[in-house]
Design a protein around this ligand. Sequence first.
Ligand code: NDP
Length: 271
Amino acid sequence: MKINTVILNDGNCIPQLGFGTFKMTEEQAYDSVLKALEFGYRHIDTAAIYKNEIGVGKAVHDSPVRREDIFLVSKVWNDRHGFDETVKAFEETLAKLQTDYLDLYLIHWPKEKNSETWKAMIELKKQGRVKSIGVSNFKKHHLDKIIEDTGVIPAVNQVELHPQFQQEELREYSKKHSICIESWGPLMQGQIFGKSEMEELAKKKNRTIAQITLRWHIQKGFIVLPKSVNPERIKSNREIYDFELSLSDMKFIDKLNLNKRIGPDPDTITF
Ligand code: NDP
């Protein structure tokens, strides 16, 4: 079944199920992205810091799927903030990805020069080099500041989000500003498989824990980016459009929220 799309606040469409590439080597990224495209994924998420943009770009280039049918995303790393550096980093990313435009470019983490970096993103969008622009790991106060300084609201905010850390406050704010939420670490970077409640629900639905979890993200309306280097898992993580979670299944997962991150807090990162 086809992956649905979501309309962003700038009018562009994004496939709701994407494919993550964090911690993949260039070779793994090449093989896995090729597989993902073969299995029907059309949204690929990478970042300069993953050091696999060349592998991702080669897979996009070698795949029989046309470039214009792929939603390609990358992110500017923390040491490239500021207007000129961001533009340079963007050019480097395009060259590695073997493309002349991105579908979405994100500020990877908030830093002191957020507004200057954001102004570069706005300029790149104006020039048509990137179709949509957004941020990642931004809290409400980071968002308020860049919006106040530029008047431009990000199309997406990619944040840690999974059953144990559901980001309710940020979701409320995002809804008010029509900012689309993307879940990173949707499977808790593998830790979801240790949750007995999820195992119970997966058994009841005769699905894998990953499928149940990803389906929960989809029904919540989040963009979701599972990562796998294993072809069978890449395929089965894609097979989440032929079943539904009931309202009580959804509430069962909602109740697993502990407001507990597994990744770093954006206000105290040291990298
Ligand atoms: P995920 O929650 O996607 O979990 C990935 C882990 O789960 C891997 O160990 C993978 O192993 C395993 N896994 C995947 N599918 C299955 C399955 N069906 N059964 C069993 N194990 C499975 O974590 P990520 O951190 O990778 O997050 C997803 C994406 O979000 C990233 O790849 C990246 O694109 C983005 N991201 C963005 C961040 C940001 O700061 N903006 C931070 C972190 C991630 P295996 O590969 O062996 O299958």
